[in-house]
Write a protein that binds this ligand. Structure first.
Ligand code: AMP
Ligand code: ZN
Length: 663
């Protein structure tokens, strides 16, 4: 088998596994085996760029950056749907239909998925383009991002037509959404408000490797365009499934409006078991010939109708708006409600997210507000009952001073959140940072809980996490509810935290955007805190998965003198601020302190293998040439601009063999 055949075979294999896993939800190999095959393909592709394929499974990880999304006119308009709310509405609709078409009418009942609508164009079985709905006439080309969604087939199977559009919804399942939010909270960021907005925001991220990390799913439900030799909507769903699309299995045929209502009633309950949000049922005339005869109004098809589920909603009084200060200083307004029963739980509080949300709802203290719980677990305020508003009330004025320390709040350009900039002196920030430091995934200090931290700060015994290490038993014992035994445990727990590995300490420092995964990457790459402190923004960005936002935040953190001093103190106390000697021993350091730029195509090793070799031997890989570059490892077809720059700066250019000799 020649290289090209080998590449094609691997691509085909991976495509099938991908389909089994993400569309059928029935994997036949382990994740590890899958990763190995993917790596093998990646290596072959790196070495043989002439066989590039824009729809290769290796491109699922993203990487392409889009500054401005192109506007594309939909070949077939993307319509909205008319809504119905009762059996009467549906019967009226049926009467209208029967005046316009002959013969019996049957319906396809589908669930109405609550996500971001998308139109996919396929040509000769390959994904050509993915466009958002936009205003229905034209939308944004988000192909690079959509390609990273594993359930979107990049190549089709079976007897697909040569060219067609298919429409569906990009959704974010609850589980993935909850996980993203946990990670955001751990990294000191505001959680996202709901899966739908997060899904549509994900399509417009500039860096497609960011989209690739989000657990998005794509559910398809409509073939657009001429009939493609298919007679009914229900049949078209089956066909699309055969071609490799993820078409939900819940759809049913109904022969009457009564049967439609059975479907609605069934799913009004059962939808709570689905992994993603639905907000109703979409009923479509099944026969495509009849659909054609019915056509469209100016905004919606006459052959389809949405029936919205009733979200559980109650009205209650908004007693007061209070403001919470997080450990990064972010302010969150909270609605304190007159307690009310909703979908089986008592609701007393709901987040109002930010100043814009308050302004949008025009919500005021004393108002009667509507609280809703959809499929989501978190209750949200959806509106105000203006008929009950006190005529003397005035619009809510957002606070301008920190409720905890009185410092004027700031709001950065482009951000929704207000911040208290008084990181050093604002009590909840001080307490929050220490609480984060001792938390389970960070230093995991046994015998010390969040409340004790608050107490220690209040009593003036600690002001930062470094202070923990000089705490004395005698200082702790007099504290409220502190027995001698618990004081011992506390001191012992703090001492033991000096064994916690570097990556977790790095996470515990509470640098904004540096969550668990990022901390691991940084620790592995730089090995010591000093190397991270000294790294330039450019250098940081060259590390796998580190973007500009993270790099800047890391630099901001270490530019603050007080933070540097904290690090010095932690070092003095013996906290792990570098990878342990044992781990280091497993890594060679032949290339310590040297920075490499890799360019061109190589013979003996792939470009990625080469980078790994550099890092495993203690060297650093950078993406661009600067005066700090030690060597450029050049393969065939090295980029001309890199060559010129290297020559200008007098940097040594070495071959692949030279490099292998070096190590
Ligand atoms: P609306 O935005 O309320 O007018 O509803 C129309 C939108 O519902 C469409 O643009 C689709 O994005 C979405 N939708 C969700 N599920 C379906 C489905 N099964 N069939 C058609 N549209 C659907
Ligand atoms: Zn403050």
């Amino acid at each position: 088998m020649n290289i090209e055949e080998q590449i094609n075979q691997l691509r085909e294999e991976l495509r099938q596994h991908n389909y089994n896993y993400y569309v059928l939800d029935a994997a036949t190999i382990s994740d590890y085996e899958f990763d190995m095959k993917l790596k093998e393909l990646q290596a072959l592709e790196d070495k043989n760029p002439q066989f590039y394929d824009p729809n290769s499974p290796t491109l699922r990880v993203g990487g392409e950056v889009t500054k401005n999304f192109n506007t594309v006119v939909h070949e077939q308009r993307m319509y909205s749907l008319d809504n119905s709310y009762s059996k009467e509405d549906l019967l009226d609709w049926e009467t209208r239909i029967k005046k316009l078409v002959d013969g019996d009418v049957s319906y396809t009942c589908e669930l109405k998925y609550d996500g971001a609508s998308i139109s996919l164009t396929y040509e000769n079985g390959e994904l050509l383009r993915a466009v958002t709905r936009g205003d229905g006439i034209q939308g944004d080309d988000v192909t690079t991002n959509v390609k990273t969604i594993r359930s979107v087939p990049l190549k089709l199977k079976g007897d697909y037509p040569p060219k067609f559009d298919i429409r569906g919804e990009i959704v974010l399942p609850y589980e993935g959404f909850a996980k993203m939010n946990q990670e955001r909270i751990a990294a000191g960021e505001e959680p996202y408000a709901n899966p739908r907005n997060t899904a549509s925001g994900s399509l417009k991220l500039q860096d497609s490797s960011e989209t690739a990390k989000r657990p998005l799913d794509c559910l398809l439900y409509n073939l657009a365009g001429d009939r493609l030799g298919i007679d009914s909507q229900f049949e078209s769903l089956g066909k699309a499934r055969e071609w490799g699309f993820k078409v939900p299995e819940e759809s049913r045929l109904a022969n009457s409006i009564d049967e439609v209502l059975d479907f609605v009633n069934l799913w009004d309950e059962k939808r709570r078991d689905l992994p993603y949000e639905t907000d109703g049922v979409v009923i479509k005339v099944n026969n495509l010939q009849q659909q054609e005869e019915l056509g469209f109004t100016s905004k919606a098809p006459r052959w389809a109708m949405a029936y919205k589920f009733k979200a559980e909603q109650v009205a209650t009084k908004l007693n007061k708006i209070t403001y919470q200060v997080g450990r990064t200083g972010a302010i969150t307004p909270v609605a304190n409600l007159e307690p009310v029963q909703l979908a089986g739980t008592t609701v007393k509080r709901a987040s109002l997210h930010n100043a814009d949300q308050i302004a949008k709802l025009d919500i005021r203290e004393g108002d009667t507000v509507f609280v809703e719980k959809g499929g989501e677990i978190i209750p949200k305020i959806v509106g105000v009952d203006f008929t009950k508003r006190d005529p003397n009330s005035t619009p809510t004025e957002y606070i301008t001073l920190c409720p905890e320390c009185g410092t004027p709040l700031i709001r950065k350009e482009g951000e929704a959140q207000h911040y208290c900039p008084n990181t050093e002196g604002c009590p909840p920030q001080i307490v929050g940072r220490i609480q984060h430091y001792i938390s389970r995934k960070a230093l995991d200090i046994e015998g010390l809980g969040g409340e004790t931290v608050a107490l220690l700060v209040k009593e003036g015994l600690i002001k930062n996490y470094a202070d923990l290490y000089v705490l004395k038993r005698e200082q702790v014992i007099p504290l409220e509810r502190m027995a001698e035994k618990s004081a011992d445990n506390l001191i012992e727990g703090i001492a033991k935290s000096k064994e916690i590995p570097f990556e977790r300490v790095l996470f515990g420092l509470g640098i904004r955007y540096v969550g668990e995964t990022v901390a691991k990457k940084l620790a592995k790459h730089y090995k010591t805190i000093n190397a991270i402190i000294e790294a330039s923004e450019e250098d940081l960005v060259s590390v796998d998965e580190i973007g500009v936002k993270i790099a800047q935040s890391v630099q901001e953190f270490f530019n603050i003198e007080a933070n540097k001093q904290l690090i010095h103190r932690l070092q003095d106390y013996g906290v792990q601020l570098q990878i342990s000697a044992e781990k280091l021993a497993n890594q060679k350091d032949t290339l310590n302190g040297q920075t490499f730029v890799v360019s061109g195509v190589f013979e003996k090793v792939s470009r990625n293998e080469l980078k790994k070799l550099i890092e495993d031997n203690g060297g650093k890989v950078s993406s661009s040439i600067s005066s700090k570059t030690s060597y450029v490892v050049a393969g065939e077809n090295m980029g001309p601009s890199k060559l010129e720059k290297a020559n200008k700066l007098g940097i040594a250019i070495i071959s692949e063999d030279d490099f292998l000799n070096l190590i």
